[in-house]
Design a protein around this ligand. Structure first.
Ligand code: CP3
Length: 340
């Protein structure tokens, strides 16, 4: 793909500004999405290729971002393993969550992911010039959600109790999640994605050393599928904290930093060969324009020196963020002189 500042940056070229896209940019905050949601539920939007493509490409027109991310969800992996999923107004829930040890058998049906591959092909047909980011959930994040049988219970206490008291069985389930995810990434790449991001949103729910020992090998297996096919990879291990010191080029090309850390600190501890993505605090969009400007101006010193940086959030948008402010931030990034 020619003329993409996003892919150029990922491949190590020097560009005159950082590229910009946002986690959770597909859906949620856009008025055109909210209008669609009045007549369609989330699941039906994901399963209709024309609508899924429309929602994926909305942020390109409505916000002016440099890349699109596939409109889908990380929880279709457990669904493809035989779990019965519903996206309610309060979030996702499983009708047959994991409850006790010894009674969990999963059977992966790859055909349940076919709609995603048709969506990718449709998106590429509708817009062949914008890079498309594919994704799947990190093994730990996916595992935790498989215990959520009540959408109102946002804690993962049951899942964590199970993990600590049934390590062997947990690792078996994590392995099954990984096997399904590996097939899923292959399918996304064969359908035409240009970049792959692994969302390990709950990485920080266990100590970083434990994540490194037990979960990171699974994450690497999933990321390796893309790396071996020369598709650039971004890893988002949210709240990995001092664990970022374990990140190197054998794991991923870019690492996405959450908003708890400063970019400068992250740059210091992450291997120099790995690029950085992030990390605006999404709640800053609730602040005044002066405060947003102050934050943006503070980025120039970092952006002037670091060519291997992709502007993004430190976590996804919240649904009530004003998209006009987001549009302003995109324009600011594009129009600022980054002294490069
Ligand atoms: O970034 C994007 O916009 C691309 C599509 C995308 C969705 N979910 C669509 C979605 C991506 C990358 C995800 C990832 C995801 N899904 C994660 C990891 C990253 C993160 O943001 O934390 C997690 C933990 C999930 C599980 C999930 N899906 C939750 C907890 C919820 C409910 C709360 C919420 O975030 O809205 C969803 C629903 C969901 N997934 C929506 C969208 C657009 C909202 C559904 C709606 O519009 O009704």
């Amino acid at each position: 793909m020619s003329n993409s500042i996003f892919l150029d940056t990922l491949s190590g070229k020097k560009t005159n500004r950082p590229p910009v896209w946002f986690m959770r940019q597909a859906g949620r905050i856009l008025p055109s999405y909210q209008k669609l949601k009045l007549t369609h539920n989330f699941d039906s939007l994901m399963k209709n290729k024309d609508l899924a493509s429309k929602v994926t490409l909305m942020p390109i027109n409505d916000l002016g971002v440099d890349a699109a991310i596939l409109f889908s969800d990380i929880l279709i992996i457990p669904e493809s393993m035989g779990m019965n999923l519903e996206f309610t107004d309060n979030g996702p829930k499983f009708y047959n969550p994991i409850v006790k040890s010894g009674s969990n058998s999963f059977s992966f049906d790859p055909s349940k992911l076919n709609h995603v591959y048709s969506n990718i092909k449709q998106i590429k047909k509708d817009n062949s010039s914008i890079p498309l980011i594919g994704f799947c959930g990190g093994p730990l994040t996916t595992f935790l959600f498989m215990f959520r049988g009540n959408e109102k219970d946002k804690s993962f206490n049951n899942a964590l109790k199970f993990f600590y008291s049934n390590k062997k069985e947990s690792l078996k389930i994590l392995e099954q999640i990984t096997e399904a995810s590996v097939e899923y990434v292959k399918g996304q790449i064969d359908s035409g994605i240009d970049c792959f991001q692994l969302f390990e949103t709950y990485c920080g729910i266990i100590p970083s050393s434990l994540y490194k020992e037990l979960i990171l090998p699974f994450s690497i297996k999933i990321l390796d599928v893309a790396r071996n096919k020369n598709v650039p990879t971004i890893f988002f291990p949210k709240n990995f904290n001092d664990g970022l010191k374990y990140i190197n080029k054998d794991i991923c090309d870019y690492v996405s930093i959450d908003w708890n850390l400063s970019l400068e600190y992250a740059r210091e501890i992450v291997d120099k060969k790995v690029g950085i993505q992030g990390n605006m605090n999404p709640r800053l969009f609730y602040s005044s324009n002066e405060e947003i400007n102050k934050y943006l101006n503070s980025l120039v010193t970092f952006g002037e020196k670091n060519y291997d940086w992709v502007f993004n959030l430190g976590h996804g948008f919240l649904p009530d963020i004003d998209y006009i402010k987001v549009k302003y931030v995109v324009e600011w990034i594009k129009e600022t002189n980054w002294n490069r």
